[in-house]
Structures are given as structure tokens and as C-alpha cells.
Design a protein around this ligand. Sequence first.
Ligand code: UDP
Ligand code: MG
Length: 316
Amino acid sequence: MDLSVVIPIYNEEENIPSLYERLRGVIDPMELTYEFIFVNDGSRDKSLDLVQDLAVRDERVRYIDFSRNFGHQIAVTAGLDLSEGEAVVIIDADLQDPPELIVPLYQKLLQGYEVVYAKRRSRKGESAAKKLTAKLFYRLLASITHISIPVDTGDFRIISRKVVNALKLMPEQSKFIRGQISWIGYRQTYVEYDRAQRAGGETGYTYGKMIRLALDGITGFSDAPLKAATISGFAVSGIAFLLLLYTLYARFVTGEYEPGWPSIMMSILFLGGVQLISVGIIGEYIARLSANVRQRPLYIISDTNITKKVPHPSEH
Ligand code: UDP
Ligand code: MG
């Protein structure tokens, strides 16, 4: 099979019919053998029914129905696990990622690249807060990690079978797929596009999910926060030591000193703050460590029309 299109679905009933039409309009003329893999990530609307209807009418439509909402990154992972195509496109269901871009993505892949990602030149219909936080996050991540994760890029991209196979070797529970793909390497390039606004429905990415994705990205690809905790520890201890010298000097040499509590309170609060932040940072890493140690399967499938076996993390 030439091409698989992986589409994570969370409450997308308004978009599925037009998405399917637009995808076919783009891919049919390419004259490839292909499959669409819809991964229903615990939607509470009619998304699953719509996808199952499509699967009845079109045998190239595959679906995976999760037992609950596992999150966007895990939905994409499941789609990749069960895909068969020599090339795989990852695309959002809300038409923010234009299906028409699949043509240039595929062409670039044929030129010998293993990854062609779609880079956002602009983004429409999203709040200023979301655009700003996204922009800051991508730049922060780029500055603290050793691998080069492209800025202003989501998961909309095409990857080759080689890259899919490499991804399958990475069983981590906290998925940050765009980071993993950068880590894998190979020849990578990009195509620029203007990101449209969501066609229908509402975003499934709450602030909670966004923060979690950001922390997964940072903890998975950088130890800089841990080092920052150590450095702030040294810095604060250094300041405390200088203050100690000064206090002794004031007490025993000049005799000019003010007995009092403001300075004590200040140092206690400051130290307490630094300590709590450091413990929190360590906690973020430990939480992910323990999730990986548990070795639970990443997702549970309740229904699918794909017959391939799902790999368990311990089988890698
Ligand atoms: N999505 C998902 N599980 C979730 C949240 C979102 O599978 O828990 C899917 C969603 O259906 C869409 C894609 O992930 O296809 C991107 O989500 P969304 O458009 O809500 O995110 P945004 O574009 O607002 O960042
Ligand atoms: Mg969206």
C-alpha cells in the first residue's frame, strides 16, 4: 500500500463528512493505493457512527475505537501502529490542516526525504493567548533541547515507513510525536502553509491538555529544568553565604546591625520557593518515570475493523 492517512478524532461529527470528501478529492487523483485510519479517541458525539458508516461504504476506511479518551498523541500513535502504507500522513480532523497540502508533502517525500512536515506560516481563528503561548513554547523548547525540533509545527506531516518503524521502537508513555520524529533524524524538510480556522465544532485541546503536552515535550527531550533546579540551588546558597559573611562582619566588626525579622522572613520564603519549584520539577520527571515503569499498554481498543495485532510495550 502506498499511503495511509491517520486521523485522530475527538468529537468531530461536524467535520468528518467534509473531511472525507476533501481527502478523497485530493488523494483519488494521485492514483495511489491508500487507507484512511480514523482513530476515535473516546468521542461523546456521533463521530464513531459516522466513521463506521464510511467504513461500510468504502473499504479503504479503517477505524480504531478507543475504550475512552486517551489523548491526541496516543490516538496518532495507535493509527501509526496499525497503518500499512509506505508513507503515512498525520492530519487533524477539523480541517485546520488543509488536505490539499498532502500533494506537495508527498511529492517532497518522493524526492528522497523521510519526513516532510507542514510548517505554519500563519494561523487563523485561534485566540491571541493560544498563539502567543504556542509561539513561546516552541521557542523555549528549541532553546533547551539538543535535538532540533522545528518551531511552529504541529503533527501535520508525512513520514516514510522507515520513520514509522523507528517510532514503534520508542515505547515511552509520554508521547510528543513531533519531538520523537526529530530525534529519529534522517533527511527531513518542510512545506509552508497558512493554517485555517477550525471548520466546525470546538477544540478538544483544553488548557490542561496543552500544558500536559508542553510538559511531555520538555521532560521528554530536555534535562534543562533539572539543571536549572541545581543551578538555582547553587545560586541561592551562594547568596546566602555572602549574606552570612556580611552579617558576621556587621555584628562583630562594625557593630552596626538591626535585629529583626524581615530579612529572616525574606530568606525563608525565597528559599522555600526555590525548594518547592525544584521538587516540582523533579516530580514531573519522576511521574513520567513511574508511568514508564508500569508498562501499561498505551491504549485500549474497544472496536476496530483492522485485523493487525496491537504491539504491547514489553514486546519492543
Ligand atoms: N483530538 C484527539 N483527542 C483529544 C483532543 C483532540 O484525538 O483528546 C484530535 C482532534 O479531533 C483533532 C486533533 O486531535 O483531530 C487536534 O485537536 P484540536 O483541533 O482540538 O486541537 P487544536 O487545533 O485546537 O490545537
Ligand atoms: Mg484544531
